[in-house]
Write a protein that binds this ligand. Sequence first.
Ligand code: FAD
Ligand code: UDP
Length: 391
Amino acid sequence: MTDLLVVGSGFFGLTVADRCARELGLQVQVIDRRPHIGGNAYSAAEPTTGIEVHQYGAHLFHTSNQRVWEYARRFTSFTSYQHRVFTTYRGEVFSMPINLGTINQYNRSAFTPDEARAWVAEQAAKLTGEPSNLEEKAISLIGEPLYEAFIKGYTAKQWQTDPRELSADIISRLPVRYTYDNRYFSDTFEGLPTDGYTAWLERMADHPNITVTLDTDFFDTSQPFNKANVVGQVPVLYTGPVDRYFDFAHGDLSWRTLDFETEVLPTGDFQGAPVMNYADEDVPYTRIHEFRHFHPERDYPDDATVIMREFSRFADHADEPYYPVNTAQDRERLLAYRELAKGERDVVFGGRLGTYQYLDMHMAIGSALSTYDNKLAPFFSSGQALDDHGI
Ligand code: FAD
Ligand code: UDP
């Protein structure tokens, strides 16, 4: 007998499955439409080199949330990897996120931190009022010249949406530093799972009360765990796209998808760094990942490397949805879907797709732990209704 159906085996779904099985002893059925577990965090060894490739784009684990860090370490240890990114702009390589080194290289200057601040403040002064979109936010943080060089072209390729229509949050993800610290993330904890993402995700699902069935779509009426059969019979945690759940009744929520081109090259080092961004608009890809650099501690071949070019475009129904675009129209539609979700009394919506939010892995795990604490545990332990939806 199934106590809970979890739709989607990404970090959100597996965290809830783990808690319900290990803490409450429930029988949890997990389904995923893909042929593997793990959602977008899935990785696998490239067969000829053994180099671990993150199949849905490079995934870097970082968090300042002590609870999430401790929870993650029940299933994996982490390496001491610290992420650093470089960007190529007009044939020159700069470090990202923007730091004192980037500013001084751009200006051919030797500014002190205060001088650099004063220079940026002068470049940002043209902007008046509170920044209300990505372009204004970026200019307020780094001034117009650095925005034009490092953000404008990259963002145009990544989003193909007017940066004045994009949310300021997108750029707030990137720190700006007036020191030479060029770490990409500022979180307390950072590292990569020592034996890979898939081993970590498999350990989460490895429990006698958890059954994972792959290649199984919730909307496919030919399989037993489909929406029509299950909703109202068994509580459901749904981590697929919220608009798809309601058959796009209020229109599509817009997403970006990515195309990846993977290549094995006969060299031990292609670019000397794990990620190289390309700021120029006339280079069609946004960045190149070179996976061997994520695990310098591993014994990878020294005459071969795996690179992956990343291209970004709008998603349609047949594409994998990766980044919520989140325009004003999307936000309106999301509110309408939230209203519909309130009517689904036995279904909890969660995760990146189910809430239409850009969640990093640590945020997906943190949000799943809260959903477990606030909704699922009280529902199963004391009969509290599941009706307060998470989206
Ligand atoms: P997902 O991982 O998307 O899992 C949802 C699952 O639901 C999928 O497996 C899907 O197949 C399944 N599903 C959907 N619909 C159905 C259906 N109808 N029936 C059955 N199954 C269904 N985070 C970081 O912390 N660091 C990073 O560096 C980072 N890089 C990223 C790079 C890219 C390109 C992307 C797209 C994401 C990145 N993330 C990163 C975010 C990370 O992938 C998410 O935080 C994480 O995947 C969220 O987990 P989730 O369970 O909510 O969603
Ligand atoms: N960005 C940019 N230039 C860069 C890196 C990032 O303009 O070299 C902008 C871009 O709009 C991107 C956002 O900053 O969407 C957030 O960057 P992040 O690296 O967090 O994006 P992700 O890794 O999620 O694609």
